[in-house]
Each structure stands twice: as structure tokens, then as C-alpha cells.
Design a protein. Sequence first.
Length: 230
Amino acid sequence: MVVIRAFGVVPVDLWVYRDGGRAVLDADPLYAGPLAHGLPFTYPPWAAILFTSLALLAPAAAKLVVLIGNCALAVLAAARTLSTLGRAPVALVLVAASAAVATEAVRTTIHIGQVNLLLLAVILWDLLRPDDRRSKGVGLGLVAGIKLTPMFFVLYLVATRRFRAAITAAGTFLATVVVGFSRSYRPIPPGSGSPGRSSTPAGCTRTPPHRRTSPCTASSYDWADRRPCG
């Protein structure tokens, strides 16, 4: 029922991801102002580079891919978690994944197309690997480059004295920062407002057509000159 209902819900976060990827493809600034549904792009540039794959898909196709992908990731996360207790029957994995999907956190992630289940699956895969794996921490660093919150697990690695994995995770994260800013970051020229957006007679700037989902209203906000559109 959760999955069926997702087809009728607007995946707001997914549209923001696609707009971030489109900004990279079009060489537009990522942080010039609101994107889909008036929401800003609040993720590192590394994330926008990865989201270019979503921008290349039609909206309906991107929504279907992310919906199926999130369901698969919920199953993978359940399987990886239960595997720490021993061999888990497929039926138990499916029951656990279904129970997770019924919770508010996972249900919301599926409905609005969030990236959280991807982070969960990669973190579980990485941190539950044997400590003698030299690449342990790479997965954590990569997903921290998508959304910064996984960096808290570096503190967990330090607290549990897994210093090599902590250094690997931090180093991988820094690499995503360097790659992200070198490949996708576009500064906003001083005094020019937001490139790629046309100004209205009243001085209100609007999002470009491919990144706008609603007209500029009295409640929208112009990031270029920090005043409301009027």
C-alpha cells in the first residue's frame, strides 16, 4: 500500500536532486536560489554530480527508478542487518523490510524520493565488513559526500578505535569535496543576480524554465538580492 500510494505523491526531494544534476549539466550555479517547489539545493557538489544521472531521465522514469531502487535498498538493508545474527531466511528479510517500509521515516523517504535508504545500505555494508579490510570506510566517505550526516559515523569509528577506517572515510570524503567543487561549482558573479534567471520589472528573479515548477508568488524568496518577490 505504501508503494502504490507513492505513485500519487509528488516526490519533492527527487525533483530537487534532478534540478541539481541539471544545473551541473547546464553549468549553472547550484546555490543561486530555490530549485524545485521553491526548495534550495542543500547538498554538496559531489551529490549534484551523481544526480546528473537522474536529470538525464524523464520525470516519470526517474520517479519509477527511484521508487523501485528504494524498495530494493530497504530489502538489502534488512538482509545485511539480519546477516549479523546469522543466516537469515528470505521470508524473514522480506518481513523485516516490509515492517521498515511501514514506519514513518522509510515511508516518507519512499514517497518523496529521498536518498536516505541509499545512505543506510552503503553505511551498513561498509561498517559491518571485517576490520582488516583496507578499503573499510570508503563507502562511508562516498555517501558523506552526498549528504553530510554520515560523517557522524567517523566519530563512531574513532570511539571504537577503528582509526584506519576513520582516516579512510575522512580522506574519501575530502576527495569528494575536491572533485565536487572542481567539476560542478559555479560562483555567482557579483552584482549580476543569479545567472540563467531573468529579472522581472519589479526586480524579482525567477528560476529558469527547466528548474521552475510554480510561478513567482508573494511567498517566494529571491536569494539574489535577499528580498521577497512582490
